[in-house]
Design a protein around this ligand. Sequence first.
Ligand SMILES: *[C@@H]1O[C@H](CO)[C@@H](O)[C@H](O)[C@H]1NC(C)=O
Ligand SMILES: *[C@@H]1O[C@H](CO)[C@@H](O)[C@H](O)[C@H]1NC(C)=O
Length: 233
Amino acid sequence: MTPLRSLLALAAVVHAAALQLPRQSSAACPAIQIFGARETLTPQGFGSAITVIQLIQAQFPGNATTVAEEIIYPAAGADPDDYAQSMAAGVAAVVRQTTAFSARCPDSIIVMHGYSQGAQIIDNAFCGGPDLPSITSSGRLVTAAVASHTAAIILMGNPRHVDGLPFNVGNATEPGFAARPAGFACAEFEDRIQAYCDARDPFCAKGDDADVHQGYGTQFGREALAFVVAALG
Ligand SMILES: *[C@@H]1O[C@H](CO)[C@@H](O)[C@H](O)[C@H]1NC(C)=O
Ligand SMILES: *[C@@H]1O[C@H](CO)[C@@H](O)[C@H](O)[C@H]1NC(C)=O
């Protein structure tokens, strides 16, 4: 079995055992660790990512089973320089925090959830850049251990949205303001990603309704939860 397959099997065991921690897990390590990254100009916390995080926590309850950790980054964006600096710091934080967690809890399963700029930093950390001017490299930035233990990546209102990707959900066809180029693929993770974007969203598409951008938790939260549950086996 691949590491991910055996982890998913472990998750199935956890589920079958009425969510008791597997014996071999350290008490300090949850079966499922959710990393949540918030949107621009919101205070440190989970921002609008909280909706899906709470749905997952309700599905797999208990602090011993599911822990949610905030990505610590500025989420700035008052002007383009602020945004670029925040992006660079955010991608670095995703890499740093997931690497540290995976070193401490190598058997835990990881779920990533990012909202808006938070989705963009997770997208870049997993699928790679470039995303100029903040990320000049291409290729995955998270470690191989993090990559193999990540079961699901939920992106909502991602500015890197472009039409035609296999993980797109929603009816947006226009590109976001930091859209991926033609021909982009994220082969390593495409089966584990769901990216939600609707046509009227001004940030992941070219719409005119900011409420659409803020509404994905309500509109697609249950669908995202179902994807995560299926991914966990
Ligand atoms: C779970 O952890 C949170 C955050 O540390 C804490 O506020 C809450 O009281 C904990 N719940 C239980 C049941 O221990
Ligand atoms: C896109 O989906 C939303 C939500 O279901 C709907 O309100 C809107 O009319 C759709 N827009 C287009 C262009 O299909």
